[in-house]
Design a protein around this ligand. Sequence first.
Ligand SMILES: CC(C)(COP(=O)(O)OP(=O)(O)OC[C@H]1O[C@@H](n2cnc3c(N)ncnc32)[C@H](O)[C@@H]1OP(=O)(O)O)[C@@H](O)C(=O)NCCC(=O)NCCS
Length: 141
Amino acid sequence: MTGTVVGQLISLSEKWERENCCHGYYKNTLDDIKGNRIFLAVEGGTVVGYLFGHKEVTEKTTSVYEAGTSFFEIEELYVKPEYRNRGIGSALFQYMEKAVSPDVDMLMLGTATKNFRAILHFYIEELGMEFWSARLFKKIR
Ligand SMILES: CC(C)(COP(=O)(O)OP(=O)(O)OC[C@H]1O[C@@H](n2cnc3c(N)ncnc32)[C@H](O)[C@@H]1OP(=O)(O)O)[C@@H](O)C(=O)NCCC(=O)NCCS
């Protein structure tokens, strides 16, 4: 594979930051990636997309889960722009779902993607996630 995997992940996250498509997204350092379980989409020895996250256990009971529920927190899902809309993002998600299913009861993620309609369609209609909450803003001065 070209370069180290971690080097390729950091370089993809630099591209993601430059794309400016997610509020508050900054490129990763090694520390951001450490401790996560990483799934890669590779073409010709180059990483063209990735998903990473880690297992956690809920502390408090909420309206959507009981305290003590194990879940996989999806930290990042990214596909290089020129490889998008070919099913790679969905394939990464579905592969991860199958891989983590013996260990966790739920998948969770937060999103700050500016194209919120497309991302909600992707996660809810294409990948079967459910909507929990959203934070909105309106600048008035
Ligand atoms: C979200 C993302 C991973 C999808 O990857 P992909 O390989 O294009 O996904 P697929 O081909 O499996 O599915 C395409 C779907 O992605 C969604 N999508 C398309 N463009 C998008 C965009 N600019 N932003 C967010 N979602 C988008 C649409 O729901 C699309 O569905 P459609 O084919 O019915 O129109 C990719 O658009 C991406 O890397 N976006 C930038 C990073 C990002 O926002 N990540 C999610 C953070 S929570």
